[in-house]
Design a protein around this ligand. Structure first.
Ligand code: NAP
Length: 462
């Protein structure tokens, strides 16, 4: 039992922490008022740090939030290229080098028409905590361009990638900043960018990019890592509550890199995946989604998911990707994009009896949706922790490149499983200390934050 004096001390400490967090938040909201996704990401992290600041107020004295919210560097640049009809096209490229306290900047490149400064900054900010959670020495960065790869020829993709890298190469290197893939950027795009980097630098520096094809120094298991890692994390979380994938109905949004390998691992663990999607709509197959068909359509042929029903006439296709959350399931894995799962969708999932949600994508659930899950005791695995497997294996790729070694797929997968288990354990331990043991949002944010903040303080005001 706490004495009255102690309780009073606690409530003063909480009030001080709240005042600090909300004060910085309101400055940030004024300064970046048009950067909605960035503000959303900051608000979620900052609010979950209040219990930490109430116990350890030296972070307040060190103005740690004011420092961590400002990227170390942000570059934006013109990306000119010529399309197949000889028209000159111009896109905007970005790279944010957010935080290098614990290692070189590390984070993917996204090619999608929605890319803007706010999206790149939200992704870079999230990367700080995610990379720290992996336990590897990697700082945080993110980049991309408002380029739409859909419908472009292979030659157009190559010309775009070469132009993008011609500017980006001034800012990256194996010991400074190491980009990888994200939406719209896979091994093909990484290959073109690596080729251009090598040509401009005049040397073979494999460690400058990760997500390369294994023949060019890429790690086996990197393609699968984010999806597999998400399922490994969710498996730890549900096993703790005596639940399992075997026999569960699973809905996975998207049908890109993360979704495909989340589906593959969920199926390997005995789950039945009954729905997946793309930005045009979703398919439901009560016989279980045929992954071979999805891979053929999306990985090999670049087609739309609606074509799935041509191969499986018993399946259904519905327009509107968001409707996927109305399909009753036990486990939901949002693996497509930010804010794809809102409050209404969360309420429908809860009404249909969902037991666990694991974020394969970055910030796919809105703040309101997360609150619905938490109020209804739905187990919730936040993206920062659950999808950290991709960057973790990217860091393993950097390690292999610097040793000029290649580990087997089994070896990489073993390390990935250990990393995901450790992230779960650390997030849960912090949740237990600072919130309640099931609040992995607070747990993951505090676990990721502490390592970076403590290192920033050790390195002085820089
Ligand atoms: P991807 O291969 O480009 O796939 C994205 C998928 O999401 C595609 O099927 C896309 O459909 C779909 N999609 C996009 N917007 C959608 C919408 N509004 N509704 C329904 N589906 C939509 O990208 P990815 O690498 O899998 O990345 C997916 C998410 O995971 C992103 O949030 C990314 O930041 C995050 N992530 C990725 C990695 C990684 O290693 N790749 C690591 C950590 C986190 P269309 O084909 O129609 O566009």
């Amino acid at each position: 039992m706490k004495l009255e004096a102690e309780l009073q001390h606690d409530s003063i400490a909480i009030a001080k922490a709240e005042e600090y967090v909300h004060g910085v938040l309101s400055q940030v909201k004024t300064r970046f008022e048009h950067e909605h996704e960035f503000i959303q990401a900051i608000e979620e992290v900052f609010c979950s740090l209040i219990p930490l600041f109430a116990k350890e107020d030296h972070y307040i004295e060190q103005a740690i939030l004011e420092r961590i919210v400002e990227p170390e560097r942000l570059v934006s640049f013109r990306v000119p290229w010529v399309d197949d009809d000889h028209n000159i096209q111009i896109n905007r490229g970005f790279r944010v080098q957010f935080n290098s306290a614990i290692g070189p900047y590390k984070g993917g490149l996204r090619f999608h028409p929605s890319v803007n400064q706010s999206i790149i900054k939200f992704l870079g900010f999230e990367q700080i905590f995610k990379n720290s959670l992996t336990g590897q020495p990697i700082g945080a960065g993110k980049g991309g361009a408002d380029f739409d790869p859909k419908g472009k020829s292979d030659q157009e993709i190559m010309r775009f990638c070469q132009s993008f890298m011609t500017e980006l190469m001034k800012h990256i290197g194996p010991n400074t900043d190491v980009p990888a893939g994200d939406i719209g950027v896979g091994a093909r795009e990484i290959g073109y960018m690596f080729g251009q980097y090598k040509r401009l630098r005049g040397m073979y520096e494999a460690g400058v990019l990760t997500g390369k094809d294994p023949v060019s120094g890429g790690s086996l298991g990197r393609k699968e890592a984010t999806g597999y890692g998400t399922v490994y994390f969710v498996n730890e979380m549900i096993t703790d509550k005596q639940l399992c994938f075997a026999g569960s109905r699973i809905v996975v949004s998207g049908s890109g890199n993360v979704s495909i390998y989340a589906m593959e691992k969920a199926m390997e663990l005995g789950g039945q995946v009954i729905a997946c999607s793309d930005s045009e709509g979703y398919v439901v197959d009560y016989n279980g989604i045929c992954l071979e068909t999805v891979k053929k359509l999306k990985e090999n042929e670049g087609k739309r998911i609606r074509e799935y029903i041509k191969h499986h006439p018993d399946a259904y296709f519905f327009e509107d990707g968001q409707g996927i959350w109305s399909v009753p399931c036990d486990i939901a894995l949002p693996c497509a994009t930010e804010n794809e799962l809102d409050e209404m969708a969360a309420k429908i999932l809860v009404a249909n009896g969902v037991k666990a949600v694991g974020e394969g994508a970055n910030m796919p659930s809105t703040k309101e949706a997360v609150a619905v899950f938490q109020e209804n005791q739905v187990l919730f695995a936040p993206g920062k922790a659950a999808n950290a497997g991709g960057v973790a294996v990217s860091a393993l790729e950097m390690a292999q490149n610097s040793m000029r070694l290649s580990w087997t797929a089994e070896e990489v997968d073993q390390r990935l499983q250990e990393i995901m288990k450790e992230i779960y354990k650390e997030s849960k331990a912090c949740a237990l200390t600072y919130a309640d043991q099931d609040n992995l949002v607070t747990g993951a944010n505090i676990a990721g934050f502490k390592k970076v903040a403590d290192t920033m303080i050790m390195q002085g005001v820089i």
